[in-house]
Design a protein around this ligand. Structure first.
Ligand code: NAI
Ligand code: MG
Length: 396
């Protein structure tokens, strides 16, 4: 296969520590690629007033595949305080570069697998009948709509006239919110479109079909959020009837789903949700299978795709030398990239190597030992970020 070019965007904090480890694993498995560096993150906000410089966008447009570490975002006052003095008051406004990237390239399909590694001491356990201890084996793929809904960014404080007037045409708004002075009113919209809702639901069905699964779960709240959640459920039900008659649609509410998380998580194999509920339910499931050190994800659009761990830049650990954080979430994200590129064999080998290291239980980063993140974790038996990677490479 022709050599690929991958845009690597380490970003801030521990993004820098973990991304280079994923590249080491990709090299070790013989993935034929070259890596070009893309600038992204807080550093470029401070220096250039833009956390996602145009040169990085050009690289993504050219090469189509990105591996991303993590970025630091800070509140508005900090963003204004930390920008370079010569850029102050020049109209620069901070925005999240990862959200911007998802919207710009239509990275509308977010996949977040949550799968138990046998022997992981972070695995969820529960009590079974007769006071027994059960460790359910979880293998759930969460499909999160990645560009719309509550994270779509269509929102106002003190909405302008036309927006306010439009809201006033709604009976419920008039009855329940007209009392509120406009400057004290904040509105965030939850927009779903049929096109993008259909795309994410279809991905969930396709995955179920490939895996031979008979049910997908739409996790929304259609009894209350009738228009948007209702649209997703209806699309799923019609798709089941017309295109996937062998696959049933089960419907759960996000609140109840979070309660059932600890009751019977192993019974949910495919979950599809809008942007925010998908974010919530995927973090919930990730917590059952090792947490942030294990949670990987893919953001896939029609042309561009970006793969990233779901954790952030963990600034308090960024300057630990040697690094203490777990590179597994980033390495599994690189596996998802390989699968996306059709390199399933290499992806499986890496995945199996991670599984072996975890199952043996000899090599653990601090999070896998439930230690507080301090520089002294090594004296308590934890390994460094690099040593964890070395152990995985040794199993390839
Ligand atoms: P975080 O995910 O960076 O860290 C939270 C805690 O999780 C850490 O203190 C650490 O205890 C643990 N953790 C995270 N990654 C780990 C790893 N690989 N191994 C072991 N333990 C790990 O979230 P936090 O502290 O809320 O945010 C820090 C910064 O990251 C903020 O500026 C935030 O805006 C940003 N962020 C960026 C994201 C992204 O780039 N996609 C996602 C989430 C937060
Ligand atoms: Mg999240």
């Amino acid at each position: 296969m022709a050599k690929r070019t991958i845009v690597v965007m380490p970003g801030d904090g521990i993004g820098k520590n973990v991304l280079k480890e994923a590249v080491r694993v990709l090299d070790a498995i013989g993935f034929d690629a070259e890596y070009v560096h893309g600038d992204i993150g807080w550093e470029f906000w401070c220096k250039e007033g833009n956390p996602l410089p145009d040169r990085t966008l050009q690289l993504l447009e050219k090469h189509k595949i990105g591996l991303f570490g993590a970025i630091t975002s800070k509140p508005k006052d900090k963003a204004e305080a930390e920008i370079a003095p010569e850029l102050k008051d020049k109209g620069h406004v901070y925005y999240s570069p990862i959200v911007a990237m998802r919207q710009k390239y239509d990275l509308d399909i977010c996949k977040r697998p949550c799968k138990t590694f046998k022997g992981n001491t972070l695995n969820f356990i529960r009590r079974g009948p007769g006071n027994t201890i059960e460790e359910p084996e979880i293998d759930t793929m969460i499909f999160r709509q990645n560009t719309e809904g509550l994270y779509g960014g269509v929102e106002w404080t003190n909405p302008p006239d036309l927006v306010y007037e439009a809201l006033m045409t709604h009976k419920k708004f008039k009855e329940n919110f007209a009392w509120c002075p406009r400057p004290e009113l904040a509105v965030s919209t939850r927009i779903f479109t049929k096109k993008y809702t259909t795309r994410i639901v279809k991905e969930a069905f396709e995955y179920a079909r490939i895996k031979g699964l008979k049910t997908i779960t739409v996790c929304e709240k259609p009894n209350v959020i009738r228009e948007t959640s209702g649209m997703m459920l209806k699309i799923a039900q019609e798709m089941s009837k017309n295109e996937y008659p062998d696959i049933k649609v089960q419907d759960t509410n996000i609140d109840a789903q979070m309660m059932w998380l600890t009751k019977n998580p192993e019974t949910y194999r495919v979950i599809v949700a809008g942007n925010m509920f998908g974010d919530i339910v995927s973090d919930g499931f990730a917590g059952l299978v090792g947490g942030l050190g294990f949670a990987c994800s893919a953001n896939i659009g029609p042309e561009v795709a970006v793969f990233e761990p779901t954790h952030g830049s963990a600034p308090k650990y960024a300057n630990f030398n040697p690094s203490i954080v777990n590179p597994i979430a980033m390495i599994l994200s690189a596996c998802m990239m390989l699968e996306h590129l059709g390199e399933n064999d290499k992806a499986k080998k890496i995945y199996d190597a991670v599984a072996k290291v975890v199952a043996e239980g000899k090599v653990k980063t601090y999070d896998m030992m439930k230690l507080p993140g301090n520089p002294d974790v090594f004296s308590k038996g934890a390994v460094t970020t690099e040593q964890m990677t070395d152990a995985i490479i040794a199993k390839l």
